[in-house]
Design a protein. Structure first.
Length: 145
C-alpha cells in the first residue's frame, strides 16, 4: 500500500500541489493497523502569494497496486498569528507570522471500490470496478457547499 500526503497549493491549479511525503507500507494482513505518518511542511516559495493566506486542503490518500481506494481531506486555515496583521495584511506575506490550523477532527473521507485481488479477475474478462463517489463526510464550519 502506498500512502501519500499532499498539500493543495491552489484550488485553481494543481501544479502548485506539493507531495509532502509518500511511504510504502506492507505487506500487511487484513486487520486494523496504526502508524505515525510525519511530513515536512509545504514549501511556501512554491505557493503563489495570493494562495498562502486562507483555506486549503491536505489530502491523505492510500493506493493498492496503483488503485486509490481511500482519500481523506482535511481543511487547513492559514492566517496571521496577530490580530492587527489579520485586519490589515501587509502587501507581501510575512511567512514567519503565518500559522496553520488543521481541522483534524473534521475530515472528509471518500472511499473508492477497487479490486484488492486482481489475480482473481485477470482471466475473467470483467472490467475493473468504477469509482464510487459517495462520501462519508463531515463539513467544516463555514465550508462551502
Amino acid at each position: 500500500m502506498e500512502w501519500k500526503l499532499t498539500y493543495v497549493g491552489s484550488a485553481e491549479d494543481e501544479t502548485y500541489d506539493q507531495l509532502l511525503e509518500s511511504v510504502l507500507v506492507g505487506p500487511v494482513n487484513v486487520g486494523n493497523y496504526r502508524f505515525v505518518f510525519q511530513a515536512d511542511p509545504p514549501d511556501p516559495s512554491k505557493i503563489r502569494d495570493e494562495d498562502i493566506i486562507g483555506v486549503t486542503v491536505l489530502l491523505l490518500t492510500c493506493s493498492y497496486m496503483g488503485q486509490e481506494f481511500i482519500r481523506v481531506g482535511y481543511y487547513v486555515n492559514n492566517d496571521y498569528d496577530d490580530e492587527q496583521l489579520r485586519e490589515e495584511p501587509p502587501p507581501r506575506v510575512l511567512i514567519d507570522r503565518v500559522q496553520r490550523n488543521i481541522l483534524a477532527d473534521k475530515p472528509r473521507v471518500t472511499k473508492f471500490p477497487i479490486n484488492f485481488h486482481p489475480e482473481t479477475n485477470e482471466n475473467s474478462g470483467e472490467p475493473p470496478p468504477s469509482p464510487d463517489h459517495s462520501t462519508a463526510e463531515q463539513k467544516a464550519p463555514d465550508a462551502p457547499n
